[in-house]
Design a binder for this molecule. Structure first.
Ligand SMILES: Cc1cc2nc3c(=O)[nH]c(=O)nc-3n(C[C@H](O)[C@H](O)[C@H](O)COP(=O)(O)O)c2cc1C
Length: 372
């Protein structure tokens, strides 16, 4: 199964972006915890970069770590069958990580308990701090083989995987779930209890169903329910766009840590902002100069590492990173027209060295640039 195709399927969703961003009330005194302990691994602060196929490769993860404030990095999901075959160069590439990425968790998807256990063991031997099971991926190709959210309709198969993987590894073993296949088939209560019974070390919940995709709002109350059902750490996920959202999620649900996905791709400062907001109730907002440095840095990392598919990646990120850049359309066009990765970097340099285009601040800026 081509992982790239799966990434493309996920990526279609990201364009839907946040359907209805909400302005949340942030109660005083509640903070995103400074630490989250998952078994023997300390995550400081209690913030997690969500696994995102086509996004959270080694370069992006290091870039996020460099921006500061992110406690745990996660790989893109990787096929357990691919890892087991190991000669599969793609899986090998997907599993590469650098020493400064610790703590890092590797996410697997699959549906066969034996292959999952074998793959998890290899993940452990490879030096990852944790292994995570994907029970949320809505991609049709994954679901068709009973992987990702497809398994949400087969709890006995999940139990078998939980037990086999648990036996196979000593590193922390976690699971990331959606709440169920549909509103009529919610399984998050059973799943959370089963995860705890089977000795898993934490559970992350994206508070939507498979059927929901990315539409509507994440149902944060589901995160709170999971928190009240189990003693293992619960990581809340879904629709955190601002530091205020992160704090509101902790306040509303009592979750032990927060996981941020899409917002990190358009606002890579989000983790640092959450940390600042936690420390003193305020956070810095990115200036035009900050945005230039950020885009230049990430693109330069891709060029320097001769990252496979760097040009496509830059074009993909162009639309997210230029959210909130005045004159962003012009910059995007220059990036889309470039034929070589280093030409993209040059066009970014030229754009930001030029005058600020006289046009109103683009929509979305306010949303990303909220400050307390
Ligand atoms: C482009 C993209 C790729 C994703 N890939 C994965 C993945 O590989 N594994 C996974 O568990 N979830 C994946 N997700 C889901 C996210 O991890 C996260 O649960 C979801 O985006 C909700 O969080 P957010 O509102 O902070 O974005 C992906 C989401 C997007 C947008």
């Amino acid at each position: 199964m081509g992982i790239c195709h799966l990434a493309a399927e996920y990526n279609k969703d990201v364009h839907k972006y946040f359907d209805n961003p909400m302005v949340r009330q942030v109660p005083e005194g509640v903070r995103v915890p400074a630490e989250l302990k998952i078994a023997n691994v300390s995550i400081r602060p209690a913030t997690v970069l969500a696994p995102m196929a086509g996004v959270t490769d080694t370069v992006f993860r290091r870039f996020i770590r460099e921006m500061g404030g992110c406690g745990l990095l996660m790989t893109e999901f990787t096929s357990a069958d691919g890892v087991v075959r190991w000669r599969n160069a793609t899986a090998k590439r997907y599993l590469h990580f650098a020493p400064d990425e610790h703590p890092i968790s590797s996410q697997l998807f699959g549906s066969h308990a034996d292959a999952m256990a074998d793959a998890a063991k290899r993940i452990q031997d490879h030096g990852f701090d944790m292994v995570d099971l994907n029970l949320g991926c809505p991609a049709k190709k994954v679901v068709k083989c009973n992987g990702g959210s497809g398994l949400l309709r087969d709890l006995p198969a999940i139990r078998e995987i939980f037990e086999s993987v648990r036996k196979a590894v000593t590193i922390p073993f976690t699971v990331k779930i959606r709440a169920g296949w549909s509103e009529r088939e919610l399984v998050y209560h059973e799943l959370a209890r089963m995860a705890e019974d089977c000795g898993l070390d934490a559970i992350a919940i994206h508070a939507r169903t498979r059927e929901q995709g990315y539409t509507g709002q994440a149902q944060w109350q589901w995160i709170g329910e999971v928190k009240s059902l189990v003693k293992i750490p619960v990581i809340g996920n879904g629709d955190i766009i601002t530091p205020e959202d992160a704090r509101a999620m902790v306040a509303e649900t009592g979750c032990d840590g927060v996981m941020v996905g899409r917002a990190a791709a358009s606002n890579p400062w989000i983790f640092r902002q959450i940390a600042q907001f936690t420390a003193d109730g305020r956070y810095e907002v990115a200036s035009r100069e900050d945005r230039y440095r950020m885009i230049h840095r990430y693109f330069t990392m891709l060029v320097e590492e001769e990252f496979p598919g760097a040009l496509g990646k830059m074009k993909q990120f162009a639309s997210w990173f230029t959210h909130g850049v005045q004159g962003g359309a012009k910059l995007r066009k220059a990036i889309y027209d470039a034929r070589e990765p280093r030409h993209v970097v040059e066009s970014v340099d030229v754009f930001f060295a030029g005058p600020v285009p006289e046009e109103p601040a683009p929509a979305g800026t306010a949303l990303l640039d909220q400050s307390s």
